[in-house]
Design a protein around this ligand. Structure first.
Ligand code: NAD
Ligand code: ZN
Length: 368
């Protein structure tokens, strides 16, 4: 379908993977909507994929052609200062020009300029670090969600520092928010609340997480609403699983309701900060581009909040997440609503972005 040549080994630690499954992620929507700087024409998107090793470079000792692998979305060297601390999402070597994020497959030149896996084949750098063998017992549809959505949701809950019995509010019932809400229980939450506007996603969250769910379009003042639900204290933990792009749509909705908003405000993040109790924790996994960075820092100070945020460190979390899947505590593939051939990728992006056909998670199948 494309004239782009297949990738080749460029470095002794590279592998080439033949992609069998590749998801579209909420993070891809930031690219799709032109919100990520330095997104160049011709770069292949896709950072959530699994497949079969086709070829390995001479320095890759732990993989061989024919191995079935899932590939974390972070590109990590495994040896730098940050990787050694388990901060695989902040690897310095894979994106030395950036001051913040490490390399990410298919995520613009701000994330290293690597081609992604929404393709038949992908070059995987540092292939001796990230790619992880898919256990024989694991369904590849589960495996592909371990490349991002499951670890990101899990890390959102982990960063929330959830204590036994805590009330956790998750903003966003996309795949990431749904998984964060599901994982909140694994950390001992006593009550899990999910906020979105899409009724079908709220229905799914109610059943799957399970969670109390509320439609923000029916809520006049989020902080007042959450306080009413929590003995007027506020939530113990608030998780932002929306990010910058989707918050733009929320701003438009609220402006439609003639609510007064500060210019540049980031709605879910404001809601999280204002709805958490004093001394509480705000955990941010929603991605923010250059816009949407205005946060009510004064409230953070006055309420004595802890704010934690990061790209998920997939490799660090995989051993325990594989165990959770094996034991049935997390069932990732239930999120998959659409299985789409690669040639229909354009339609799939449109459907996922516009929330059509009750789409939660579309997976592309190249090489089928
Ligand atoms: P998604 O677009 O499918 O879901 C976002 C959801 O947020 C939608 O259901 C939307 O209706 C809802 N929403 C919009 N405004 C809202 C608001 N004000 N309050 C509550 N809900 C609101 O995306 P996704 O795949 O679930 O990803 C969610 C976010 O997580 C994105 O920003 C994505 O970039 C980010 N992400 C981060 C990491 C990481 O490592 N930190 C990894 C993956 C994804
Ligand atoms: Zn993703």
């Amino acid at each position: 379908m494309s004239s782009k040549p297949d990738p080749v080994i460029q470095h002794p630690r590279d592998a080439i993977v033949r992609v069998t499954r590749s998801c579209i992620c909420g993070s891809d929507l930031h690219l799709y909507h032109g919100l990520v700087p330095d997104t160049r024409v011709g770069m292949t998107f896709g950072h959530e994929f699994c497949g079969i090793v086709e070829e390995v470079g001479p320095e890759v000792q732990n993989l061989k052609p024919g191995d079935h692998v899932l590939v974390p979305f972070n590109i990590a060297c495994g040896q730098c200062h940050f990787c050694k601390q388990g901060l695989f999402g902040n690897c310095h070597e894979s994106n030395p020009q950036a001051t913040a994020v490490g390399g990410i497959f298919g995520y613009s030149h701000t994330a290293g300029g690597y081609d992604g896996g929404q393709a038949e084949y992908v070059r995987v750098p540092y292939a001796d670090v990230g790619p992880t063998l898919i256990p024989d017992w694991m369904d590849p549809d589960d495996a592909v969600l371990l490349t991002d959505v499951v670890p990101t949701g899990y890390q959102a809950a982990e960063m929330g520092g959830i204590q036994m019995g805590d009330t956790v509010v998750v903003f966003g019932a996309g795949p990431v928010g749904i998984m964060a809400a599901r994982c909140a229980w694994l950390f001992g939450a006593g009550r899990v609340i999910v906020i979105d506007r899409e009724e079908y996603r709220l229905d799914f969250a109610r059943r799957y997480c399970p969670a109390e769910v509320y439609n923000f379009e029916e809520i006049e003042d989020m902080a007042v609403f959450i306080k009413k639900l929590t003995d007027h204290l506020g939530a113990d933990v608030c998780i932002d699983a929306v990010g910058g792009d989707a918050s733009g749509s929320a701003i438009r909705t609220l402006l439609g309701k003639k609510l007064k908003l500060e210019a540049g405000s980031s709605i879910p993040l404001h809601w999280a900060i204002n709805s958490v109790k004093k001394g509480g924790i705000v955990s941010i996994v929603g991605v923010y581009g250059p816009t949407g960075n205005m946060i009510p820092i004064g409230n953070v100070l006055n309420k004595g909040l802890t704010v934690r945020a990061n790209q998920a460190s997939v490799k660090r979390l995989l051993p325990r997440l594989i165990e959770h899947v094996r034991e049935g505590r997390i069932n990732p593939k239930e999120l998959i609503t659409h299985r789409v051939p690669l040639e229909d990728v354009g339609d799939a992006y449109h459907m996922f972005s516009a929330k059509l056909d009750e789409c939660i998670k579309p997976v592309l199948y190249p090489n089928r």
